[in-house]
Ligand binder design. Structure first.
Ligand SMILES: [Zn+2]
Ligand SMILES: [Zn+2]
Length: 204
């Protein structure tokens, strides 16, 4: 198992600097691994992580668990919270980990020479024991793992826009297969007529 320092180096390289929330993310992943009895970082897809915000903590979690958006093992549920739920997809066991409400003030006890709050958090978070730094709670998912993971290779086309939909993310509306966007959940609207750009490959 890599040490905390090694994992922080991986995270910092990925994130381009080291910051307190990354330390939290890395340590959350380590604690989750111990809690679930799984070695981290992982190269298989057994561990699934839900992070409750994007940003620094998510990079820490990712560096330390091996869970990645591209691997379909990291999902951002944007509640704007530094918190994460770690799921062993083989057993269904899950634990949600969140920093203790007083972790910021307690960090000073572990970094008495820190020059400012930021530095106190950065150093303190690396040295605080798990039970002072975090609250860990076993949880049960209210979403179906089976639905979430879906079937490899499954795809359909939206009957309105024609775009391909993977992983059973389509919506059935009055018998029609629609993408979530056409079903009214869109986060964008077009500003000009759609244009298809084609690049002609010149292979000669
Ligand atoms: Zn950061
Ligand atoms: Zn559509």
């Amino acid at each position: 198992m890599p040490t905390l320092q090694e994992l922080l180096e991986v995270s910092a390289a990925f994130h381009q600097h080291l910051c307190p929330r990354q330390v939290l993310g890395v340590r959350m992943g380590l604690l989750a691994g111990r809690w679930l009895g799984l070695d981290v970082p992982r190269s298989d897809k057994r561990l699934l992580t839900f992070v409750e915000t994007d940003g620094c903590a998510a990079d820490g979690v990712s560096a330390d668990t091996g869970c990645r958006v591209g691997g379909r093992t990291l999902r951002v549920i944007d509640f704007g919270k530094v918190a994460a739920t770690f799921v062993d997809t083989q057993t269904g066991c899950a634990v949600r980990i969140v920093p203790a409400p007083d972790s910021r003030t307690r960090a000073w006890d572990y970094a008495p020479d820190a020059k400012n709050k930021w530095q106190a958090n950065l150093i303190g978070y690396q040295h605080m024991p798990d039970d002072e730094l975090f609250i860990a709670q076993p949880v049960m998912l209210t979403v179906s793992l089976e639905k979430l993971l879906s079937k490899p290779g499954y795809r359909v086309n939206c009957e309105v826009c024609g775009e391909e939909i993977l992983n059973e993310r389509e919506v059935l509306h009055e018998g029609a297969v629609l993408c979530r966007s056409c079903a009214g959940e869109s986060y964008y609207q077009p500003v000009t007529e759609s244009v298809t750009f084609r690049i002609e490959a010149n292979l000669s």
